[in-house]
Ligand binder design. Structure first.
Ligand SMILES: Cc1cc2nc3c(=O)[nH]c(=O)nc-3n(C[C@H](O)[C@H](O)[C@H](O)COP(=O)(O)OP(=O)(O)OC[C@H]3O[C@@H](n4cnc5c(N)ncnc54)[C@H](O)[C@@H]3O)c2cc1C
Ligand code: SF4
Length: 461
């Protein structure tokens, strides 16, 4: 076997998948996983582990895959991660564990993410569950938000023996994993719900349809309901807009709204009672993972889709794999292009968008070359929908209803990186609510750090 090249993973054909919402990547089977596992060198100083924000013992679980011990591999991963089937699918491994793998110096890095997915999926099929706490501590902790940070914090605290309740504003648990990332990248019933059930199997209680700051405040949870500590993992769900003329027209969506309606309210299903507009030609503004998800969702709803992004291909912030998949499926990329105005008909519905060409100038404070307009280069794209995917920030509801909770000028909660401690005693925070929009695994890392912080706080109380 050529040890320099990874075992390729099977995918749905691009033409077929562009018309359905089924999962694009089909993952490894047993034979493929064991063959790929053989490529791992079981390094003494495993660089891959340093690249993993939750420090999974990667060589150990890969060695167990090699031996065919899926249950052992699953328990090894579970010590560090509550959501392996999710992470195996959506983590940016190329810049984390796989980005550090020594195999990558002279060939392909070991496909750690695909192996993690294989272990999690196989364990699920075999009915294997994570191991829970042996003894209870009799102390109540509240978790706000059931995204990756909240689920991780809850799972870790439950394993330590705490009595944990998650309060979730929406009717379904999972945060962005259910309302943001589309079905074709992350199946909801088959994968996300099952991993949430695993967290619940550790004894974690889940209360949906509870908006903290409206239904009940953090101060009330602590003063009246007996919660001795609180973790805030409320994410960053407030979309940004460009503030250009015409942005109020009908047919202009935030990516959040478009994806939430498609994923959570199943608008993609023609039988759904909450359908969404099916655009004929759609412009998606932005170049991140969220823009790729919105574009690929609109394509599957039958639209011709243009991604308009003000920098060039090299600067696209989305994962390369996602950009590649989008191109294969037929998404058109209008790069070095920026919208200036949206046009609507006499009834207020979008008819098109005027854009201007850009070129890259001097690097800005982020180190990236800043885009500069090319004078007189305006042009029109006819379309009936525009999806704005320009980033999100935390919703100020919790910070504005909690006494003594400091936020920074971006409205992110201020919390210590090593333990999640906020300015308010007994209140911890992590994930997108603290960092602004980031990644699943960073949110999980923050949830883990806060679980340790809460344990220390309550043990010394
Ligand atoms: C479309 C999309 C695609 C993405 N793709 C990727 C990807 O491929 N890989 C990757 O690593 N990351 C990706 N991300 C980013 C990643 O999903 C987030 O960084 C991560 O989910 C943050 O986790 P979190 O726990 O901080 O918050 P969230 O996942 O946002 O969860 C927060 C939860 O808190 C709830 N909540 C908010 N306010 C309240 C309140 N007042 N009371 C009760 N509950 C509340 C929300 O309803 C939500 O369920 C993507 C994001 C989006 C939007
Ligand atoms: S760095 Fe790569 S080869 Fe080494 S232990 Fe990690 S996955 Fe295996």
């Amino acid at each position: 076997m050529d040890g320099f090249v990874k075992v390729p993973v099977r995918e749905q054909d691009a033409k077929v998948r562009a018309t359905n919402f089924e999962e694009v990547c089909l993952g490894y089977n047993k034979e493929e996983a064991e063959k790929e596992a053989l490529r791992c060198l079981n390094c003494k100083n495993p660089k891959c582990v340093h690249g993993c924000p939750v420090s999974i013992d990667i060589p150990a679980f890969i060695a167990q895959v090699k031996e065919g011990d899926v249950e052992g591999a699953y328990q090894t991963i579970s010590k560090s991660s509550a959501l392996p089937a999710v992470c195996g699918r959506v983590c940016p491994q190329e810049s984390q564990c796989e980005g550090q793998c020594v195999r990558g110096i002279k060939g392909d890095a070991v496909s750690i993410g695909k192996l993690e997915r294989y272990v999690a999926d196989t364990a699920r099929e075999m009915g294997i569950k994570p191991e829970g706490a042996k003894e209870k501590k009799g102390k109540k902790v509240a978790i706000i938000g059931s995204g990756p940070s909240g689920l991780t914090c809850a799972g870790d605290l439950a394993k330590m023996g705490y009595d944990v309740t998650i309060f979730e504003a929406l009717h379904e648990a999972g945060g962005v994993l259910v309302y943001g990332i589309p079905e074709f990248r992350l199946p909801k019933s088959a994968v996300v719900k099952k991993e949430i059930e695993n967290v619940k199997s550790l004894g974690v209680k889940l209360e949906t349809d509870v908006v903290i700051g409206k239904s009940v405040t953090i101060d009330e949870l602590m003063e009246k309901e007996g919660f001795e500590a609180v973790f805030i993992g409320s994410g960053a769900g407030l979309p940004r807009f460009m503030n250009i003329p015409g942005e109020q027209a009908m047919g202009v969506f935030s990516a959040n709204e478009f994806l939430t309606r498609s994923n959570l309210m199943k608008a993609f299903d023609p039988e759904s009672r909450t359908p969404i507009m099916r655009p004929k030609k759609c412009v998606v503004v932005g170049g991140g993972n969220v823009a790729m998800d919105a574009a690929r969702t609109a394509l599957r709803l039958g639209a011709e889709v243009h991604v308009v992004y003000r920098r060039g291909e090299e600067e696209l912030p989305a994962r390369k794999e996602e950009v590649g998949h989008a191109k294969e499926e037929g998404i058109i990329f209008d790069l070095l292009t920026n919208p200036v105005e949206i046009h609507a008909d006499e009834n207020g519905w979008v008819t098109g968008i005027t854009c201007i060409r850009m070129e890259l100038g001097e690097p800005d404070e982020s180190g990236r070359r800043s885009p500069v307009e090319v004078p007189g280069s305006e042009f029109d794209i006819e379309c009936d929908a525009v999806i704005m995917s320009l980033g999100t920030s935390p919703n100020p509801l919790i910070s504005s209803t909690t006494q003594g909770l400091d936020v920074n000028r971006r409205k992110c909660i201020v919390a210590q990186e090593e333990n999640g401690q906020t300015s308010k005693p007994g209140v911890f925070a992590g994930g997108d609510a603290v960092t602004g929009a980031a990644t699943v695994i960073l949110a999980m890392g923050a949830g883990k750090a806060a679980a340790k912080g809460i344990d220390e706080y309550l043990s010394n109380k």
